[in-house]
Write a protein that binds this ligand. Structure first.
Ligand code: IVH
Length: 666
């Protein structure tokens, strides 16, 4: 074995072990950053020896070509659903039925939380992950193998020696997004101009249905496995044995799973979960009870779509009526101005509720919610309670309509609601309620890329008042930093150097860093091209000019114009330049040999990495994009190229081999 090869094997093993500790044991021993370092090391080694890449390498979790459509997979055993137990009486009745059928007076159950996500099936052959699918109609699902591979909790191969692994293992489980990951995802969707998701379930479902697995890879998906499909070469006596076995093989199993006996213990588990629900890091909508003995399950059998041996215990609807005492505007982290109802305190599902979100003005108008109204409210899991409807019979004569103010509740700057959008936002760069988030975004990797400036440090800087707007970052001194808690002199030095180094940047990075709503990296690059890297021209561009640009629509144009209409925003930006921020005029943009040419790479490149190829094109004034359109000039296709190549051919776009591409740039 070459030394590269043994190094690669060792790194893979280490990464797998860390994944197992993190996703299965919930006991990580390295930080995310350390994990990333190991991963990059492996990536570099594999890039140097592509012949050593195997499909189960952790690097292979991303990078498949986008699909034209999902294929279908027929489940060997149909994926069933569950009968519902809507209340305690129904759970008790279920236990009685089980006793009667099984002719016993005490039945044991595997009790599990009912996750609110998307059901999937994973198939392992001889320990290797070979395919995965959605539930679909229960008989046939969609082939989402590539997307499932991007989920780090899904092992690409089972742990343990080959002899210990079943020759075939099908497991079913739930893909979901944890509550805090969901918040982060939505915040980053918003700040990069993407659409935000209504709830974690929708976000998980949408992410799994991406034809481009590279997008799925960016979504924080998790999985818990909970049910066997066909298994060969391993057998289990009970559901709880099954869960224990798959956990040893490296598949994540919900740690809240338990074994209970009889209806009294079922109800204790169920109410206990109901109470714990808020504190769980993911959303659940009930509990599941399965007759634990697989033999007994066989005896009970299935009805048309649901097994007789299992039931979902639903949490009772958490609704109540109360009175809207007043309505106030509140400012979210993304600058959204949201109306919030102050309610007469009421207990809903064991929790005292005093506020409910009214979302936006349209929602208030649609439901005709007035101050003084009696309303029906609902609390769903961890989500902020909302007003479902007004009880009109109880409306008092003096009930008062409400209109959101047109200034920010925190900084009094005018708020802006783009045509066609439901939400009004404060776009003031200096708005105190948004400062942490704005600065975190400003310093982030794809923005100003200030190394060593993590979220915690930004929080500290804002909380101590050292930083209040982006330009004040440039006033920081080594002394100020080293006085902060947990900050060594050396680190303070490094941060000051990193801030200094970051000042030499590019137009598109700086514009993206400003966090103008709807202006993501791509739009920032379009502006860089349009205004040839001149900030002056960008700042004074009018609506018509912006809207006339390719790929820029009226909403973005409008947002940009209002952003620059704010005097304070202009002065913060000017101050950045006064502090030495300087924007490189994009390289060779007007003199490169590939000036303005658009390239798409597809398939495997053999003599260079994608990143190198991209750099080469950009150095010559060209641009690289991810998808083929009529604006593409060249498609460089290596082995394994599929749809992009086909699309190029139908559009009559020149397709180059890697060799031809090299000749061209030479
Ligand atoms: S078992 C035959 N276990 O609930 C058993 N399902 O209504 C079928 N679900 O499609 C599934 N948590 O998406 C099972 N611990 C759990 C579950 C669970 C959530 C979902 C799953 C399924 C639906 C059935």
């Amino acid at each position: 074995m070459s030394s590269a090869e043994s190094k690669i094997l060792k790194l893979r093993k280490e990464l797998e072990d860390h994944n197992y500790r993190y996703y299965v044991l919930d006991d990580p021993v390295v930080s995310d950053a350390e994990w990333d370092t190991l991963f990059s090391e492996l990536q570099a080694l594999e890039e140097a020896s592509p012949n050593l890449v195997t499909p189960d390498s952790p690097t292979q979790r991303v990078g498949a070509e986008p699909l034209p459509a999902f294929g279908s997979i027929t489940h060997r055993i149909p994926m069933l659903s569950l009968q519902n137990g809507m209340n305690e009486a129904e759970l008790r009745a279920f236990d009685e039925r089980m006793q009667k059928h099984l002719e016993t007076n005490s039945v044991e159950y595997a009790a599990e939380p009912k996750l609110d996500g998307v059901a999937v099936e994973l198939v392992y052959e001889k320990g290797q992950f070979v395919s995965g699918s959605t539930r679909g109609n229960g008989e046939v699902g969609e082939d989402i193998t590539q997307n499932l591979k991007t989920i780090r909790g899904v092992p690409l191969k089972l742990r343990g020696d080959a002899e210990d692994c079943p020759s075939l293992l099908e497991v079913r489980g739930e893909v979901f997004i944890a509550k805090n990951d969901f918040e982060e995802l939505n915040a980053s969707q918003e700040s990069s101009g993407g659409q935000s998701f209504a709830n974690p379930r929708n976000a998980a479902a949408g992410s799994l249905r991406q034809l481009n697995s590279a997008i799925t890879a960016l979504r924080p998906l998790s999985i818990y496995c909970y049910q066997p499909g066909v298994t060969e070469g391993a057998s289990f006596e009970t559901q709880s044995d099954f869960l224990e076995a798959i956990r040893k093989w490296g598949l994540p199993v919900n740690p809240e799973s338990a074994v209970v006996r009889g209806s009294a213990e079922m109800l204790t588990y169920h109410t206990g979960m109901g109470k714990k629900r808020e504190r769980l890091p993911y959303e659940i909508d009930g509990t599941v009870f399965k007759v634990n003995s697989l033999n007994q399950q066989d005896v009970l059998g299935i009805r048309s779509r649901t097994p007789r041996w299992a039931i979902a215990g639903k949490f009772e609807a958490q609704q109540a009526t109360t009175v809207v005492e007043s309505i106030a505007a509140s400012l979210g982290r993304t600058g959204a101005v949201t109306p919030v109802a102050n309610l007469k305190a009421v207990v809903v599902g064991g929790v005292t509720v005093t506020h409910a979100t009214l979302h936006n003005q349209d929602e208030i108008d649609r439901k005709d919610i007035r101050i003084g109204d009696t309303v029906l409210i609902q609390r769903a899991g961890d989500v902020i309670p909302k007003v479902i409807s007004v009880i009109k019979d109880k409306r008092k004569k003096n009930a008062k309509k409400y209109r959101l103010p047109d200034t920010c509740p925190e900084c009094s700057h005018p708020v802006h609601r783009p045509e066609g959008e439901a939400v009004a936002r404060c776009q003031n760069l200096s708005c105190p309620a948004q400062v942490k988030r704005r600065i975190q975004h400003f310093v982030s990797k794809n923005a100003m890329d200030i190394e060593g400036m993590g979220e915690k440090l930004v929080d500290q800087l804002v909380e101590t008042g050292l930083v209040s707007t982006i330009d004040t970052l440039y006033d920081l001194t080594q002394e100020q930093l080293s006085e902060l808690e947990r900050m060594a002199d050396k680190s303070a030095d490094n941060i000051i150097s990193a801030i200094e180094a970051s000042k030499q940047t590019e137009f598109h990075r700086f514009v993206y860093a400003l966090g103008i709503r709807n202006v993501g990296e791509h739009a920032a690059k379009l502006f860089e091209d349009e205004f040839s890297g001149s900030m002056q021209s960008f700042m004074s561009a009018d609506f018509e000019t912006l809207e006339a640009m390719d790929e820029i629509g009226p909403i973005v144009a409008d947002t940009v114009v209002t952003f620059w209409a704010d005097k304070q925003n202009r002065s913060v930006v000017a101050s950045c330049f006064d502090h030495g921020v300087s924007l490189k005029v994009p390289d060779n943009k007007s003199s490169g040999a590939l000036d303005g040419k658009r390239f798409v790479f597809t398939g495997t490149l053999e003599t260079m990495t994608r990143a190198e190829a991209k750099r080469k094109v950009e150095n010559l004034g060209g641009r690289v994009s991810g998808s083929v359109s009529k604006n593409t000039d060249f498609v460089v296709a290596g082995p394994g190229a599929g749809n992009k190549r086909k699309k190029a051919e139908t559009l009559g776009i020149t397709v180059l081999t890697e060799k031809e591409f090299e000749d061209m740039i030479a």
